[in-house]
Design a protein around this ligand. Structure first.
Ligand code: NDP
Length: 471
């Protein structure tokens, strides 16, 4: 057999991944459930089709790959993956390597990894980010499973991955579900980052009456500063794009109801489950859900009205303050995402390498940015730090942006601008930096109504209050 690797699933992602692999000189065998899609794919592959073997059956695919066979599954996540594994299992050898590259829930990946551990084929769960463009020209790749399985396909995966200043954005991050977990948190951070950008856009649009083209200029300028990132870059591009049909700014012609496929929500759920708070991610997931309730929002606007109308104005430096506030919010969101990974790492025994994760997110993926290079440096310089905010570099950013974040939030709240994710950032900072918070009262309440006990400030062990002494 000629092929070095196989790809199952020629949808948007699989087709581009297969082209990317063949473009790097690897012979690749491909299969898609609907054969017509395979034909169409080959017809469009052009010269690359010489390095691609199209297979109409799973048997033909397996026969076309040199054993031990690495096969990438790039199909719809969920039941289809279990069905595909079941169909492949009788055809594959123990040493063959099945790599699920879809957006699997990491719990499913753990389950599949364990189910195949003894019988084979060997299983890897691989998170891929970067959308269609990334899949074709270099995605960010987060791999979970046995380290020696990763080493078997390390060459091809690093070859097809994005590069940040020459360094490949592909890495093994831990056992079983670690790769898909890291991808999930990537998407959670992506939600928070996008939501905060949208909140700033809302202030510019509704509070400052800026036209999209003017906003585009501001975002483009910000893309040369500390906010430099793919998401800021595409925001600038989106805002200056005209709708061909109406001649109006494209962004003004789009219904304000955000879709979501679940990975952002999974990261919020997981953060709650392991008690590693990620309020910015939660706020972003909640904001998307509320955005979809257009009927309810329309009714609420009629009943309650829009509060605090009037110009959002912080003087001549308003735009600079917005830039700093967005940076502050971003720091909170990323600190939270990384702290969820640190907690999950302990819980699942993954030893997630946080600096490596920051490094493979610097290019290829949706949250790619220079900022992630700073995070990688901070985690490398201060390993085992409890939270990104405690590294000297990020503590400095929090200090430098603090006044701007507060000024922007105070004005936004006064003017009735919804800023759920940005507001969660200041609440997170303020709660985190108080060594004595207010949970003493919570503990008193819990003890009062449920005899749950508390720890005294002047003694060890469980104590109770004299709440009901006179009864
Ligand atoms: P598409 O909808 O373009 O393609 C879906 C693919 O899954 C098709 O090849 C389809 O085959 C196959 N499929 C669906 N159900 C089954 C089944 N029961 N058995 C066998 N094959 C099946 O999806 P994408 O390429 O966008 O996504 C693929 C995976 O990658 C998903 O898990 C997605 O979440 C993930 N992903 C997507 C990203 C994106 O930007 N689009 C980014 C990162 C990950 P058929 O042609 O026969 O229907």
């Amino acid at each position: 057999p000629a092929a070095e690797i196989g790809v199952i699933g020629l949808g948007v992602m699989g087709a581009n991944l297969a082209l990317n692999i063949s473009d790097h000189g690897y012979e690749v065998a491909v299969y898609n459930r609907t054969v017509a899609k395979t034909r169409a794919f080959m017809a469009e592959a052009g010269a690359l089709s010489e390095k691609i073997i199209a297979c109409d059956t799973l048997e033909a695919l397996v026969d076309a790959i040199r054993p031990p066979r690495p096969i990438i599954l790039m199909i719809k996540a969920g039941d289809p993956v279990d069905q595909q594994i079941a169909a492949l299992q009788p055809l594959l050898d123990r040493d063959d390597l099945l790599i699920d590259a879809g957006n699997a829930n990491f719990r499913d990946t753990i389950r599949r990894f364990k189910a195949l551990e003894d019988s084979g084929p060997t299983f890897l769960g691989m998170g891929v980010s970067g959308g269609e463009e990334g899949a074709r020209h270099g995605p960010s790749i987060m791999v979970g499973g046995k380290r020696d399985s990763w080493q078997r396909i390390e060459d091809v995966l690093t070859a097809i991955s994005a590069k940040y200043e020459g360094e490949p954005c592909a890495a093994w991050v831990g056992e079983d579900g670690a790769g898909h977990f890291v991808k999930t948190i990537h998407n959670g951070i992506e939600y928070a980052d996008m939501q905060m950008i949208a909140e700033i856009y809302g202030i510019m649009r509704d509070g400052m009456q800026m036209e999209p083209a003017a906003m585009a200029g501001v975002f483009a300028a910000w893309n040369d500063g500390p906010l430099d990132s793919y998401l800021i870059e595409i925001t600038a591009d989106i805002l200056q794009t005209q709708d061909d049909e109406s001649g109006k700014p494209m962004v003004d012609m789009i219904v304000d109801a955000a879709g979501q496929k679940g990975t952002g929500r999974w990261s919020a759920i997981e953060s709650l489950r392991i008690a590693a708070p990620a309020p910015a991610i939660e706020a972003a997931v909640g904001a998307r859900s509320l955005s979809a309730m257009i009927d309810l929002r329309t009714k609420a606007e009629a009943v309650l009205g829009v509060p605090g109308q009037g110009e959002f104005d912080l003087g001549a430096t308003t735009l600079d303050l917005l830039e700093k506030a967005l940076l502050a919010g971003k720091v909170a969101a990323y600190a939270q995402g990384f702290s969820v990974m640190a907690a999950a790492s302990k819980e699942y025994g993954w030893h997630l390498p946080l600096p490596v994760i920051a490094r493979i997110w610097r290019a290829g993926c949706i949250i790619r940015s220079r900022f992630l290079d700073d995070i990688a440096s901070a985690f490398t310089a201060t390993p085992d730090v409890d939270n990104l905010l405690l590294t000297p570099e990020f503590a400095q950013i929090v200090t430098d942006t603090d006044r701007a974040l507060r000024a922007v939030l105070a004005e936004a709240i006064r003017k009735g601008q919804p800023v759920p994710a940005l507001a969660s950032a200041v609440a997170y900072f303020d709660q985190l930096r108080r060594s004595r918070g207010t949970a003493n009262l919570i503990q008193a309440q819990r003890d009062y109504f449920g005899a749950h006990g508390f720890v005294r400030t002047d003694a060890e062990g469980e104590a109770h209050g004299p709440w009901h002494s006179e009864e």
